[in-house]
Design a binder for this molecule. Sequence first.
Ligand code: UDX
Length: 436
Amino acid sequence: MKITVVGTGYVGLVSGTCFAETGNNVTCVDIDVNKVKKLSNGEVTIYEPGLEKLFERNLKEGRLHFTTDLEEGIADAKVIFLALPTPPGEDGSADLSYILGVADKLGKILKDYKVIVDKSTVPVGTAEKVTAAIAKHAKVEFDVVSNPEFLREGVAVEDFMKPDRVVIGTSSERARKIMGDLYAPYVRQGNPVIYMDEKSAELTKYAANSFLATKISFMNEIAILCEKLGADVDMVRRGIGSDDRIGKRFLFPGIGYGGSCFPKDVQALVKSSEEVAYDFRILNAVMDVNEKQKLFLMPKIFNYFNNDLKGKHFALWGLAFKPNTDDIREAPALYLIDELTKAGATVSVFDPEAMNNVKGVVGDKVTYAEHQYECLDNADALIIATEWSVFRTPDFDQISGTLKNKVIFDGRNLFEVSRMKELGFHYESVGRLAAK
Ligand code: UDX
């Protein structure tokens, strides 16, 4: 099938490449001339494990094309995916100007029937707005479908190729058939394609992310309670996770969720609720808990250093909001850097992938270490903000030998508390009992 993907950001590029991988002919359109040039020359513009190999293969075999020209890009396509940014506006609601702008243009240039798909996370009612924007000028038939993505950064290719489910929101039989054919190769293992109306599909995406964010904030509050009551969150987590209705996944306490999706989507759903005069109390609490959780380690750090961080130097491992990505949007590490420097401390940072992105935002407020152990030079303590695998089994002798004090504040519960005690570390983590 010939398809077009408008927008070559994270979702667009992964979707376009993965659609090409099953034999579709894909044209990706972007207004950014430089990006289109880079992509056409075989340069993958985002970091995502496994993407480069697929990208190179499909580009070489002529199934992936890039252009800045929308009209040329959609010429032979049967399906047009809109994978455009929907940044939060000043009031927290999603800004639809990119999507509606392209919809308006599409209305003017459509020459035959096409399915136009909202792939970006968009508020309930957007399919209606997109339909209206296209219909204003369109002289041919078309259908607008809501088909939200559920890709996790770091495993996006795998999530796309073998999705747990595909959600397709449409009231048109014709569009339903085309979308079903397009996704058939991805659900061969038996996972469902779930058809529904447009609005339910739009809400499904927000409900999924908000539910997961709720799970995390819930566990983070249980972790706080564990510390206060003298219980161990690792035990409680295992205890509840073995109940199928709760499930083992997404129960790990830490220093808060970040990234481009959870914070933005929870906020947008609260905003949508307000617009229909509903106060979504649980989600307000989820956001509130998460804001505080990002600074969960700070009181522990202050306490250890007798409330005075002036002149102290910290090593910070992990900057990305989670492992296997260079994405630092809403990353807890940035909040920690802010608090530490505000308190008069200096910080040296290391991350396997996100150093350049942090340089762009934080500049010379911190020093950038070449290596995870060099980062420890002269530091009074090590703080861990992201659970990269390379931090999980470090050389503790080297850590002990380099840090000024054997002190670790771990925001991701990477190490066994008893082991750290044996090794002679002062070790603080999230919601776990001190070693006896
Ligand atoms: C998420 C959704 O999982 C995905 O379906 C959606 O399409 C986009 O948003 P992503 O933002 O890539 O994907 O990250 P995810 O792996 O879900 O993690 C989100 C955040 O939750 C991270 O900050 C992570 O550190 C945190 N988290 C996750 C926890 O704190 N504890 C957990 O147990 C799991």
